[in-house]
Write a protein that binds this ligand. Structure first.
Ligand SMILES: NC(=O)c1ccc[n+]([C@@H]2O[C@H](COP(=O)([O-])OP(=O)(O)OC[C@H]3O[C@@H](n4cnc5c(N)ncnc54)[C@H](O)[C@@H]3O)[C@@H](O)[C@H]2O)c1
Ligand SMILES: O=c1ccn([C@@H]2O[C@H](COP(=O)(O)OP(=O)(O)O[C@H]3O[C@H](CO)[C@@H](O)[C@H](O)[C@H]3O)[C@@H](O)[C@H]2O)c(=O)[nH]1
Length: 437
């Protein structure tokens, strides 16, 4: 089987990064999307998402002739004059019962089934449950097309760098030659390539994301216990992280994990396990611990407001689900905001990457406007600039003195010096000498 062309369907975080990066290593790539406005903007070199280096790769690819943009998957496929590797990078959001909603995947497969050139490979890069490659092959009904699972592990905010420097490339298919062919598209990246069957490749993605989520729920639970017992989670992480079996990465406590992937993928695997009659209490507990972490942050704020949030003015620093992105999908900051608002708190928020309208809170374009008049300020996203605010000015602007730092980001002694009390996660509060809280 030979493949001359790459087509990427879906130009979001994964699709646009995949298309632009594959073009940058020499492949001839056409990116397709269902959204006409997005295609028009991409043709004009405009990239909507906040990803370092992506706009440059898009303009470089367009200029070199290696990258172009087409409205619709079918029109992109019919222009191909020979076999293609077609990457499905469409959304697989959480369905009503927690399951992965595969309607976009199925819709694209239906759209292209009869026009895919013989000898092509259909690659599922969207995160899809075990068995989807087999189902896609059934839907295609073509024995001249191979289906390969090639899950993606990039993180938002560092998508280009993650894609171009992957820890590994996973390709799975019941047609080994097709899997190797897709693995070969990544040759220029010099990454380890794991070649396996389709079901195992699909499982790798959920196993990895659910492991990461479980690791974070574990560290958040340890942080909660540290608060009760008078230990310092930062020292605990340092002590644990030296053990290479544990590692230092992905061990930061926070307001809970969120984003467009971990919440939906944990729920999807839990749903798959339940449907298979397989008890997976560890995964259920990781999800429940995460919801409890949002509530834990709210309880801290409530306590600092004297036991009731009704009418309290709360300043929020950060609404994105993590620093480096403007993505709000399943943001723990918004989950916390929602709970605070439900108890009657009045919320003003600032995020350096987010503007526009949000329900339940007033979004301002200056951190000092967010803290002005606040009884309590809560840091919810780890933007580095929050660590270097003018604490003297913050103290002057706030109505109260308490800051809840859910990312353990702030310079505790600088805050104390300005008369502010800082309440981190998993470690003792640092309060001004004259005050007792
Ligand atoms: N965001 C991440 O960090 C990340 C990382 C790894 C894997 N994934 C997985 O990759 C998949 C895509 O995620 P994303 O974050 O890139 O999504 P996204 O929402 O950013 O982008 C999806 C794109 O697909 C387009 N689309 C939807 N239906 C279409 C159709 N029928 N035809 C053509 N285009 C269509 C949308 O217009 C949109 O531009 C999901 O399965 C997700 O779980 C995401
Ligand atoms: O030590 C840490 C690391 C992360 N987080 C939080 O965990 C969530 C997820 O963060 P991250 O994994 O960096 O973001 P994503 O971009 O959603 O990436 C995850 O989800 C992607 C989509 O499946 C995968 O491809 C990536 O490998 C996987 O890391 C965010 O709310 C972070 O704030 C912490 O609280 N502490």
């Amino acid at each position: 089987m030979s493949t001359r062309r790459v087509i990427v369907v879906g130009t979001g975080y994964v699709g646009l990064t995949t298309g632009a990066c594959l073009a940058s290593v020499g492949h001839r790539v056409t990116c397709a999307d269902i959204d006409p406005a997005k295609i028009a903007r991409l043709r004009a070199g405009q990239v909507d998402i906040l990803e370092t280096g992506l706009a440059e790769l898009v303009s470089g690819g367009t200029a070199s002739g290696n990258l172009d943009f087409v409205l619709g998957a079918r029109p992109a496929v019919v222009t191909a004059d020979g076999p293609v590797a077609l990457f499905l990078c469409v959304p697989t959001p959480m369905g009503a019962g927690g399951e992965a909603d595969l309607r976009a995947v199925e819709s694209v497969v239906g759209e292209i089934a009869d026009v895919l050139p013989a000898g092509s490979v259909l690659v599922t890069k969207s995160t899809v449950p075990v068995g989807t490659a087999a189902r896609v092959a059934d839907m295609l009904g073509r024995d001249d097309i191979a289906v390969v699972s090639n899950p993606e592990f990039l993180r938002e905010g560092s998508a280009v760098s993650d894609f171009l420097n992957p820890d590994r490339v996973v390709v799975g298919s019941d047609d080994r030659a097709a899997a190797e062919l897709v693995g070969g598209l990544y040759d220029a990246l010099n990454a380890p390539v794991v070649v396996t069957d389709a079901a195992s490749a699909e499982m790798v993605k959920y196993a990895a994301n659910c492991y990461l989520a479980t690791k974070l729920s574990y560290v958040n639970a340890i942080a909660g216990l540290c608060e009760r017992l008078g230990a310092d989670v930062e020292a605990v992480i340092e002590g644990m992280g030296h053990d290479p079996r544990i590692g230092r990465s992905f061990l930061r406590p926070g307001p809970g994990w969120g984003g467009s992937c971990l919440p939906k993928d944990t729920r999807a695997l839990a749903q798959v396990a339940e449907a298979a009659g397989y008890a997976f209490p560890l995964l259920d507990a990781a999800i429940d611990t995460n919801l409890a972490q949002h509530a834990h942050v709210v309880a801290k704020v409530r306590r600092l407001c004297g036991g009731a949030l009704a009418g309290a003015r709360i300043g929020l620093l950060g609404v994105a689900f993590k620093a480096g992105t403007n993505d709000l999908r399943d943001s723990p900051a918004l989950a916390v905001a929602e709970l605070l608002a439900a108890e009657g708190a009045e919320l003003t928020a600032y995020d350096p990457a987010v503007n526009g309208e949000l329900s339940r809170l007033s979004l301002v374009d200056d951190p000092y406007l967010a803290v002005k008049g606040a009884d309590v300020v809560v840091v919810l996203t780890e933007w580095p600039e929050f660590a270097t605010l003018d604490w003297s000015l913050v103290a002057e602007l706030m109505a109260g003195q308490s800051i809840v730092d859910t990312r353990n980001l702030l310079p505790l002694n600088d805050l104390r010096a300005e008369g502010l009390a800082c309440h981190p996660i998993g470690r003792a509060p640092v309060v001004p000498a004259a005050r007792s809280l």
